[in-house]
Design a protein around this ligand. Structure first.
Ligand code: BGC
Ligand code: NOJ
Length: 829
């Protein structure tokens, strides 16, 4: 079977050895404010905080060929023109390798005795991407090369950048400083106080270009820019049209010699009264600056850019910054590690699953090669789930995220479905009314407190809808979230679904016949609706139990009792009205008809309610949990994972909406929606079925992918969806990277399968593993406690702890307090 790469666990890298991957296989640069997406052929783009409002470089989606535009280097070696990343030139290379690591990518290409290796990363706390290019002459002759860099500016707002050309083609402006730094300053004169720059920091360029047409040529593509082909820059100055930044460097390399060039692609914000620089007027008169600005008085103040350029002007400084990034990741990945005989398990837990959790925490569902970055901000439910996979890495950032999310909530407990990361305001275009949203705030907050022991977050004063003066303690937001479900029950005393629950495409109150309407934002006709959700019922019981435990912990006993009564009532309602005989129903529709029932023509069983009701343990004592799990195996499972529903919908049901609009086997219509597979897996651990849990886990786990060509997308991260058994191509993956699958599989494997769960006081040890796993060790750091835990399973059991020895003494039970210091724990199953 053809492979395109392999894991290098030692270096925590995925190594791509063939540039023509079945789809661009990407990586993410940056982890705080300044971000980049980079493909294995150096395609992609950068932005500051918000992929829509602060797009720095331009990208074309769904282009022909795929993945056009990025950070390109061109080498003209005596008329042979090539790029280290193969694209865009596609000149056959003598060698190619792309190493995607933790927030960095190194792409190396070689041609005719020249090796070019580029390291891309964003230094910590820096608003810039570093590109360190190393050129090496591996021949016995002197080589003279013409090197060109290239990047294309986006006119800041990535949405209007792709549509408003009557305006855009007149607004572009740049400045050029000493030929080596190119500043992009479109609209800087007026309301913007930010600009971008592309600098060569450790050498002087021999030329430049800033106008796309002059550099590329109107009738050329990126693969053959006319300047590169001619071996000569045009020294162009952009006035409107499409401003770019390109350096031209003449390089001579002695036999065996290598040279490093450092490029910096950065972003700066200036204070309003320090936007412009008087000194630069004089510099311009001396010829040190070239500007396409209409007026000299509006030359940008470059002080901040200069400081960063200075900081990264030497190879030593760049290498030190890279080392710092690596050390940060050493730290982040040391909080939870497993050692077992299965290297696939080790690499998912120790490296890639954790890495993806950081990425989803940073980006939510905004910017990937499947999300254009213009459509979506941060989701309320998405971010609450993402932070649960990330909280052990940097708890303080998870804390801030919880406050930001809660600040967009409405006083009745409802929520804006999304908010923009730049403004942190709720997004009015999408609005609210997704009735699962409030529950997720409890889910996120409880995970934070269990990780940190920091109950003070509950006292943080948090506004409603960002309205100053409305602040109440965060705990109040949790109480109102809980109540939002209780106060919105339907005829069966089950939660009303509202606009939709977790499944955005089960639109029970939409009734749309208008193709110009978006299912997601069309009028919510839930007035008078009887549509109820079993998924929210299960979610409510699960997060409600967490809420009760929290209330008890902080001595709110009356509130705990009240909440418990609501949960008991919900459990009763599910047993009475939500059970279909062999599985849980999915919902009741607008009219009160069953969805996800044997009685239905299609879509007889859905995964979400099986996942949540089994996780919540509803009817465990009556055998409902096991029956539902068996039904998942029987009807939903296939070689590549469990599909969302079965049978798939084959026609449009107006009362169900978008779900029935998708072709069978794709997306929410019977695709393998990886996000909800772990719910059933956790359900399996509730039923103590370790072998089944493991079987489901490995089916969707990237490290177990056999056919890379079929899977198509990156084999090192989870994707949102793999085509299901009813699809044309079962097993084909789509929408990689930005999915709640990362966080859910993280807690599934670390807490429920390997069985090390944080609790308010410490850790609980409760493995539920395959009987073939005879021994493994986990290193877990929780607050100031360090645990080294060895789990022995001599009899090949699936669950159950027989004895625990803590620091040499046998203990009662399976919970260990997080007392500061190092602890050795030996567990026998
Ligand atoms: C997609 C969902 C997504 C929703 C909101 C739908 O078209 O299928 O996965 O959550 O849009 O953007
Ligand atoms: C993706 C969305 O981001 C998420 O919020 C939703 O729950 C799933 N799709 C399922 O529709």
């Amino acid at each position: 079977m053809k492979t395109f790469g392999h894991f290098d666990d030692q270096n925590r890298e995925y190594v791509i050895t063939d540039p023509a991957t079945p789809f661009p296989w990407i990586n993410y640069l940056g982890n705080e404010d300044f971000f980049g997406l980079i493909s294995n052929t150096a395609g992609g783009y950068d932005f500051y905080k918000d992929a829509k409002f602060r797009r720095i470089t331009r990208y074309r989606y769904n282009g022909v060929p795929m993945d056009a535009g990025g950070r390109y280097f061109y080498i003209n070696d005596g008329g042979t023109v090539w790029s280290p990343g193969w694209k865009p030139c596609k000149t056959p290379l003598d060698a190619y390798e792309c190493r995607h690591g933790m927030n960095y990518t190194r792409i190396t290409g070689a041609k005719n005795g020249v090796e070019a290796s580029v390291l891309f990363f964003v230094p910590l706390k820096t608003w810039a991407e570093v590109q360190k290019l190393t050129l090496r002459n591996t021949t016995n002759e002197v080589k003279t090369l013409k090197l060109f860099s290239f990047t294309e500016w986006c006119l800041w707002n990535a949405a209007t950048d792709m549509e408003n050309f009557q305006r855009n083609w007149s607004t572009g402006e740049v400045e050029i400083e000493n030929g080596s730094t190119i500043y992009h300053k479109t609209e800087y004169k007026e309301r913007r106080n930010h600009y971008a720059y592309y600098a060569l920091t450790n050498a002087k360029a021999d030329g430049y270009d800033t106008d796309r047409e002059s550099f590329v040529g109107l009738y050329n593509g990126f693969e053959a820019p006319q300047c590169v082909m001619a071996g000569k820059p045009a020294m162009s100055l952009a006035h409107g049209w499409s401003p770019i930044a390109s350096h031209y460097i003449e390089v001579t390399l002695q036999p065996g010699e290598s040279k490093d060039y450092i490029f910096l692609l950065g972003y700066v914000e200036n204070e309003q009264d320090e936007k412009f620089s008087q000194e630069d007027i004089a510099r311009k008169q001396r010829g040190e600056l070239i500007s396409s600005q209409d007026s000299d008085v509006t030359l940008v103040n470059k002080k901040k850019a200069h400081a960063v350029i200075q900081r990264f002007a030497t190879v030593e400084a760049v290498d030190a910054a890279f080392q710092e990034l690596k050390e940060m990741w050493d730290g982040l990945l040391s909080k939870y590690t497993v050692t077992s005989t299965d290297e696939r398990l080790n690499r998912m837990v120790n490296i890639w699953n954790q890495y993806q959790c950081m990425i989803t925490f940073c980006f939510s569902r905004s910017a990937s090669f499947f999300e254009s970055g213009v459509g979506r901000g941060m989701g309320f439910r998405d971010s609450n789930q993402d932070l649960v996979g990330f909280v052990h890495q940097v708890p303080s950032r998870a804390r801030q995220r919880i406050i930001d999310i809660a600040s967009t909530q409405f006083p009745d407990g409802g929520c804006y479905h999304q908010y923009q990361p730049l403004t942190k305001r709720g997004n009015n275009d999408i609005g609210g009314g997704f009735n699962d949203d409030p529950c997720w705030l409890i889910f996120g907050t409880v995970a934070y407190i269990k990780e940190t022991g920091d109950f003070s977050i509950l006292d943080e004063m948090v506004p409603w809808d960002n309205e100053p003066g409305t602040e109440v303690p965060l705990f109040e937001h949790l109480r109102i979230s809980f109540n939002h479900v209780v106060e919105n029950l339907g005829p069966h005393m089950l939660p009303l679904i509202g606009r939709a629950d977790w499944n955005d495409c089960l639109n029970l109150n939409c009734f749309s016949w208008d193709p110009n309407e978006s299912f997601q934002t069309t009028e919510n006709n839930s007035e008078g609706s009887k549509a109820e959700s079993l998924m929210i019922a299960g979610l409510f019981v699960l997060t409600g139990k967490q809420y009760v435990e929290l209330c008890q912990k902080i001595a709110k006993d009356e509130e705990a009792k009240r909440a418990q009564r609501c949960i008991d009532a919900m459990v009763e309602a599910v047993k009475k009205h939500g059970w279909d005989g062999d599985w849980y129903l999915r919902a009741y529709d607008f009219y009160g008809n069953k969805i996800g029932s044997k009685e239905c023509e299609e879509g007889k069983i859905f995964i979400e309610s099986q996942g949540f009701c089994t996780m919540a343990g509803i009817g465990l004592e009556d055998g409902m949990v096991e029956k539902a799990l068996d039904s998942c195996k029987k009807y939903l499972d296939c070689e590549h994972g469990m599909v969302l529903n079965n049978p798939a919908f084959t026609r449009y049901y107006v009362e169900m909406g978008e779900i029935s609009s998708y072709p069978a086997g794709y997306k929410e219509n019977a695709g393998i929606f990886c996000h909800n597979n772990p719910w059933v897996i956790i359900g399996e651990t509730v039923a103590r079925r370790g072998n089944d849990a493991w079987d489901h886990y490995t089916k969707i786990c990237p490290a177990w992918i056999k056919d890379q060509q079929l899977h198509k997308v990156e084999p090192y991260v989870y994707c949102q969806m793999v085509a299901g058994k009813d699809a044309a191509k079962p097993g084909e993956g789509k929408n990689s990277w930005l999915t709640g699958t990362a966080a859910w599989n993280w807690i599934t494997i670390t807490q429920y399968i390997l069985g090390i769960k944080p609790t308010y006081d410490g850790i609980e040890i409760d493995p539920c593993i395959p009987s073939t796993l005879k021994e493994y060790t986990v290193h877990r750091e929780l607050r100031d406690a360090l645990f080294d835990i060895t789990i022995k399973n001599p009899d090949g059991r699936e669950s159950g702890v027989r004895s625990i020895v803590l620091d040499g003494s046998t203990i009662e039970g399976n919970v260990i307090t997080a007392t500061p210091g190092h602890h050795e724990v030996v567990v026998v199953m």
